[in-house]
Design a protein around this ligand. Structure first.
Ligand code: NCD
Ligand code: ZN
Length: 358
């Protein structure tokens, strides 16, 4: 298949960046890199420096382009945002409602405060990526995505009809319906884990922190709606892993971090879903075509091979003097990312570089 891109990933920084980035770079050609570092990426200089650190952490010969994003704060400078986009440093802006998720304390407290930024983005065609959850303590955590759509997104679309918006990591049937019913400027990413688990996974025989992420997994009816959307062929839905690594000690804790690390077996996981739904013929559109088309970027011309042979997912992945529990830990998956194919897909180059027929 055409090589895929990941339109939402957390690559972290420092030793953790070095430990995780090559899992993403191996499978994906490009990735939209989330800016929720400490401190967040809010300037062109910070994004360029982060891009350099990502490049330095790549294995030699890696063919991977990080697409940088700007973290929106209440006092972000619209001119800096626009300059970053026109100078090809920022591909998009990321909006976290303040305190919605990991490292979002400096996120936006009131949308009205950054309307000048949205105006600039709409004018220059810069996409806005939304963490679509309200943060009110009175709103049940399972209802926060729908409340975000009702209270914020509807108004945002009405006020900025030409703004390209990605409602990221959708988790509910209502969000799927809303995206389907909206115009062409609204699209969504869907993660492997929201296609695979429902909220029971967090409570299966005991508290299971490695299935906790934000937005939190919902009821089975929502998982089924996500699977229908992802495998439908609708160009408004595309791949975004939201791979979000946390050291095991930060997950298995009295106050465990949100985030699921799915990068090491991301394509294997999506292939599982698409096969189960009888939609393997639509995996390429979801993984490799719908995203670049929405962003107005060229499709990748290189190809990868997914083999229908088993992969054993380890219980732990060593990382930065600690360990991370990957998604599907301990499971055997029926697919294997087998490496890159040449342009006409007649030969296959595996990870070690030795060729074999595909
Ligand atoms: C992400 C993280 O750890 O940075 N966590 C998560 O559960 N997805 C933040 C985010 O995307 O919400
Ligand atoms: Zn995320």
């Amino acid at each position: 298949m055409r090589r895929p891109d990941d339109w939402h990933v957390h690559l972290r920084d420092g030793p953790m960046l070095a430990a995780v980035v090559n899992y993403t770079a191996r499978q994906f050609s490009r990735a939209i890199v989330m800016p929720n570092l400490v401190p967040p990426v809010t300037t062109i200089a910070a994004a360029e420096a982060y891009r350099m650190r990502i490049a330095s952490a790549l294995e030699p010969g890696a063919d991977f382009t990080p697409l940088m994003t700007c973290y929106l704060t209440d006092d972000i400078d619209p001119a800096e945002v626009a300059r970053g986009f026109t100078h090809n440093v920022f591909t998009a802006c990321k909006m976290y409602p303040a305190h919605a998720t990991t490292n979002s304390a400096l996120g936006v407290t009131d949308f009205k405060k950054i309307y000048r930024v949205f105006e600039a983005m709409e004018r220059i065609g810069m996409p806005l990526l939304l963490h679509g959850e309200v943060t009110d303590k009175q709103i049940d955590i399972f209802d926060r995505e729908v409340a975000f759509i009702d209270r914020i997104l509807t108004k945002l679309i009405a006020d900025f009809p030409a703004l390209k918006i990605v409602l990221e990591h959708v988790t509910t049937a209502e969000a799927v319906r809303f995206v389907e019913d909206s115009g062409p400027n609204l699209a969504s990413t869907i993660t492997p884990h929201h296609l695979e688990i429902n909220r029971n996974a967090m409570f299966d025989g005991g508290l299971r922190p490695h299935f906790y992420c934000l937005p939190v997994a919902k009821r089975e009816v929502h998982r089924l709606a996500l699977r229908r959307a992802a495998t439908s062929g609708n160009p408004k839905f595309f791949l975004g892993t939201d791979s979000a690594p946390h050291a095991v000690s930060n997950k298995e804790s009295a106050c465990g971090c949100a985030g699921i690390f799915n990068a090491p077996f991301a394509m294997e996981s999506y292939a599982k879903t698409f096969e189960e739904e009888g939609a393997l013929n639509r995996l390429e559109a979801f993984a490799s075509e719908n995203g670049p088309r929405f962003y107005g970027l060229p499709l990748n011309t290189t190809r990868i091979v997914l083999e229908r042979t088993s992969s054993q997912v380890p219980d732990f992945i060593p990382a930065a003097s600690t360990r991370i529990v990957p998604f599907h830990a301990g499971q055997t998956l029926a697919w294997r990312f087998a490496g890159h194919a040449d342009a006409d897909a007649t030969s296959l180059v595996d990870e070690t570089g030795s060729g074999s027929a595909s």
